[in-house]
Design a protein around this ligand. Structure first.
Ligand SMILES: C[S@@+](CC[C@H](N)C(=O)[O-])C[C@H]1O[C@@H](n2cnc3c(N)ncnc32)[C@H](O)[C@@H]1O
Length: 345
């Protein structure tokens, strides 16, 4: 007896369908969009940050990162003369871990604070904590406050260009039972592409990230946009092996080529700072966290642990954990080397 085919549709099926609908090839950013955010895309099913997820981000290291962000929010709130209503809009909020830690840190601005968490994945929105306004898309009403995006821009769909005697744009087609890359000439080349490059050099053209920054800034009546991410530049992309800056992840491991395992792995691209609107301040994450008091918070944690070490309770353990968390958050070869890019208004 033959069993009926119970195979469930996948993101790969969706990508194949989209390729057909586009006459045989899908631009790379459209392909990335289906793979990550289509109905069966990576983030729309189970993909996410966290120990039980696929990769660790700064908020997922532990509550210290959120506690420092809470302090930063206080200083930004005071800078604006402590308004009665102060919105923190976090975009790409994942399961709400940063929101949870900021609220738990009880910042001085708590009474004025309206925390809005924007996350496209319904599965992750369902995990957002109480006290947070959870939504799928950015609000449209301008406000006073701060917009924070931790590791969002690297996940926005990007266009991809390859130097093959001249710059050509990467598309994805379906041939011989697999996804393949097709290079096509582009009528108007993006200005960030250098005139010359080595054969097969690649550059991600991050129109969506630049557009998002412009849109986010326009929402602020007063305040700042704070983006934390791993960053590079278009010329550096050209010079470095592309697999260093265009990566895939799943289950806490590097994934396979982005044309394989479609929808089953994250696709992430370092952010080319030269392609974004000019920022007011750029610092490393380590510099930013030190500016906002991480060193004193670690010392406070160490002292609290030493006092309670003879009969430690959960609170003392959490204070001790600050020491290890800070090591990870400040590591210049890791999270500490990320960029914190701010646009002030
Ligand atoms: C790498 S994860 C980072 C999650 C969280 N910020 C953290 O640091 O742990 C990126 C998140 O952004 C979400 N995302 C991507 N594009 C988005 C958009 N346009 N609006 C809201 N969320 C988005 C994804 O679904 C994913 O949960």
């Amino acid at each position: 007896m033959r069993w009926p085919n119970f195979s469930v549709p996948s993101a790969a099926d969706d990508a194949r369908r989209a390729i057909g609908a586009r006459g045989g090839a899908l631009r790379f950013d459209e392909f990335m969009s289906v793979a990550l955010y289509g109905e069966r895309g990576f983030y729309m099913r189970s993909g996410r940050a966290g120990r039980r997820g696929d990769f660790i981000t700064s908020p997922e290291v532990g509550p210290l990162f959120g506690a420092v962000i809470a302090r930063a929010c206080d200083s930004w709130w005071r800078e604006l003369d402590s308004p009665d209503s102060f919105t923190v809009l976090e975009v790409g909020a994942g399961p709400g871990t940063l929101a949870r830690a900021v609220i738990a840190a009880k910042p001085a601005c708590s009474n004025a604070l309206r925390y809005v968490a924007v996350e496209v994945s319904a599965e992750q929105r369902a995990l957002h904590p109480a006290g947070v306004e959870s939504c799928a898309v950015m609000p449209t009403e301008p406000f006073i406050g701060v917009i924070i995006a931790n590791e969002l821009l690297d996940n926005l769909p990007t266009r991809l260009f390859v130097f093959d005697e001249s710059w050509r744009e990467a598309y994805v087609a379906w041939e011989g039972g697999r996804f393949v890359e097709r290079l096509m000439t582009c009528r108007e080349l993006p200005r960030c592409l250098p005139a010359e490059a080595a054969h097969s050099a690649r550059v991600a053209v991050q129109d969506a990230a630049a557009h998002w920054v412009t849109q986010a800034r326009s929402l602020l009546t007063a305040g700042r946009l704070v983006v934390l991410d791993y960053c590079t530049s278009s010329p550096m992309m050209c010079l470095r092996p592309w697999r260093e800056w265009l990566r895939t992840f799943t289950d806490h491991r590097r994934g396979v080529h982005y044309l394989s395992a479609v929808g089953e792995q994250d696709i992430t691209v370092e952010v080319a700072l030269d392609q974004l609107p000019v920022a007011s301040v750029v610092a490393t994450q380590a510099e930013f966290l030190i500016e906002h008091g991480i060193t004193a918070m670690v010392e406070e944690g160490r002292a609290a642990w030493q006092q309670a070490a003879a009969a430690p309770d959960l609170a003392a353990m959490a204070m001790r954990s600050r020491i290890r968390e800070a090591e990870a958050l400040l590591d210049p070869a890791g999270l500490g080397g990320f960029s914190v890019v701010q646009w002030c208004r």
